[in-house]
Design a protein around this ligand. Structure first.
Ligand code: KG4
Ligand code: ZN
Length: 340
């Protein structure tokens, strides 16, 4: 009834990804290429990203089909992230996916990237009990920072989001200030492990305030002020580690506080789910686990490769969308006219 397996493409930022997923959620093949062309710039350069997606995608699609042991004609539908994201990369990914759909005469499903993150927890086998609706999603990555009430397929309510930087962006900027590489999150976390935060107290913007919006730019400025007394190249490792630890503690405390408020706004939530690259942070995970436990809720974070940008989540969101349409007696989505 639902046309599967689905081949999906993800190209909204700096990861080029392709995956093939069956109707029961079985991952037949998945591949992600993280672009290295941005490293010298310390951040994602949109045009470099778009060109790298175009260079990588044809071979990546072929490789994914080979890994799944499928001829192209074995696919039931084609999907791609069509936004939000960097427009150049979205156009490339959607263009390749639409071309495949036309050549194979299969439906093309346009997937919202945030929806794909939101539904990942429902991939069969990921969360014990299967993540029934409604649940609260915390999405924390380099580009996104928001709390979303996930009430059903196609039914999402944004409860709050960042008013300035995303949490991952703050990690990346602080990493840069500390002279660490990019992406900064893992480097800050590693350095923080050996640091004593006590001598370097930092502010916690919006902590305790009503609602569940986030703000990190004041925290970032405060880190810069802590670093100011040290001459260039003369920052002792113990100070760098202490500041990293204090920054990480502040982010984890802020995020947990904001999520606590989001749970207050969503008393019907049966589960707390975290996704996005920052959800890999051990300190943050510990705070969220404690918070969920204090509310009697389970906490789940998909494995890291499915938390960060990937195409499995896009294929799964397409399958959920196709199923929903089928259940309502509608024909499979065909979004060929849709623009990113
Ligand atoms: O989801 P993601 O891979 O890409 C998007 O931004 O969509 O997230 C990447 C972000 C980067 O800002 C990176 O510094 C951050 O996630 N990150 C972390 C950790 N691992 C990755 N932040 C804190 N702690 C980590 N362990
Ligand atoms: Zn993402």
């Amino acid at each position: 009834p639902v046309p599967t397996p689905v081949l999906a493409i993800e190209s909204s930022c700096d990861d080029t990804a392709c995956a093939i997923v069956a109707s029961d959620g079985a991952i037949l093949a998945e591949a992600v290429l993280s672009q290295s062309g941005h490293i010298p710039f310390g951040g994602v350069v949109p045009e470099i990203a778009a060109r790298a997606h175009l260079a990588a995608l044809p071979a990546l699609v072929r490789h994914t089909l080979d890994r799944a042991g499928l001829p192209p004609s074995g696919l039931g539908a084609i999907a791609a992230s069509t936004g939000p994201g960097l427009i150049g990369g979205l156009i490339v990914g959607a263009g390749v996916a639409k071309g495949l759909a036309v050549a194979l005469d299969r439906p093309f499903v346009a997937v919202n990237h945030i929806e794909a993150h939101a539904l990942t927890a429902r991939l069969p086998g990921l969360v014990p009990g299967g993540a029934p609706f409604p649940y609260l999603l915390l999405l924390v990555s380099g580009g996104h920072c928001q709390c979303i009430a996930v009430e059903g397929v196609g039914r999402y309510r944004k409860l709050g989001g960042t008013i300035d930087d995303a949490a991952g962006e703050a990690f990346d900027k602080v990493a840069k200030m500390l002279g660490l590489g990019w992406p900064g999150g893992p480097a800050v976390e590693a350095l923080a492990a050996e640091g004593d935060p006590a001598p370097y107290p930092l502010p916690r913007p919006l902590f305790g305030r009503p609602g569940c919006d986030f703000s990190f730019s004041g925290l970032k400025t405060a880190v810069a002020q802590k670093l100011a007394p040290f001459a260039a190249g003369a920052l002792p490792r113990s100070a760098a580690a202490g500041i990293a630890a204090s920054f990480q503690d502040a982010v984890a405390a802020i995020v947990a506080d904001r999520v606590a408020h989001a749970l207050d706004m969503m008393p019907q939530a049966t589960l707390l789910v975290a996704a996005g690259g920052v959800a890999a942070n051990t300190r943050l995970r510990a705070c969220l686990t404690d918070l969920a436990a204090s509310r009697g809720l389970p906490f789940a974070a998909p494995p890291l490769r499915l938390c960060t940008d990937n195409a499995v989540m896009v294929a799964w969101a397409a399958i959920e969308t196709l199923r929903e349409r089928h259940a309502r007696g509608l024909p499979p989505a065909d979004d060929l006219d849709l623009l990113p």
